[in-house]
Design a protein around this ligand. Structure first.
Ligand code: NAP
Length: 173
């Protein structure tokens, strides 16, 4: 929990060296390597909850086990058949308040671009962890797609395998 009593939000993304997170909206994240996946699982299980957009969820096709999955959708028709999955049309602020009330101290925001765009301009992202994957897509989706003016501070960097880096940044208030 942050000092102001709010839940800490960590955005975790894998990115190509040319700054892309996917070639298109329906592409699964199956290109980042085993080490990145392992780190993602460890951090998200530590937080206990992940927040994602419905398109990202559809590329995975099932809830991530061992974590609460909060999937943002504007559709009222989507029903969950899993105890660790909810579909919601609530605002980012209301989702985070609900998670704080449930006792979560931090949450992982895991994309995609559309959902990241809902959180970032409101200053709701506190840390950003990026795996830089040794690939180039040329075209595709970026981490954000709207105008932003945020300053970051490097907290930590790590070479996670022969060719990939993990960068951890704090978003300055
Ligand atoms: N490289 C990485 O680390 C990484 C991580 C995550 C995702 N990705 C990639 O990103 C791509 C998907 O990103 P995306 O931007 O196309 O989609 P997205 O952000 O995953 O999901 C967009 C969906 O979120 C819902 N949504 C949008 N605004 C909303 C609001 N205000 N309230 C509630 N729900 C709202 C809508 O769902 P409805 O249409 O159901 O209403 C919308 O279609 C995929 O290719 C995925 O693999 C990459």
């Amino acid at each position: 929990m942050k000092k102001d009593g709010k839940i800490k939000v960590v955005l975790i993304m894998a990115m190509t060296l040319d700054g892309k997170i996917a070639r298109h909206s329906l592409e699964p994240v199956d290109w980042t390597g085993r080490t990145d996946k392992g780190i993602f699982v460890e951090i998200t299980k530590g937080a206990g909850v992940v927040i994602m957009g419905s398109k990202t969820y559809d590329t995975i096709g099932r809830p991530l086990p061992g974590r609460k999955n909060v999937v943002m959708t504007s559709s009222k028709d989507r029903q969950s058949n899993h105890e660790n999955l909810i579909f919601t049309s609530a605002s980012p602020e209301d989702i985070l308040k609900g998670l704080a009330d449930e006792g979560f101290e931090s949450a992982v925001l895991m994309g995609g671009t559309t959902i990241n765009d809902l959180f970032a301009p409101k200053g709701l992202i506190h840390e950003i962890y990026i795996t830089v994957v040794p690939k180039l897509f040329g075209q595709g989706l970026s981490i954000f797609s709207r105008k932003l003016d945020a300053a970051l501070e490097l907290m930590e960097f790590q070479k996670i395998d022969d060719h990939a880096l993990l960068l951890k940044y704090k978003v300055l208030p």
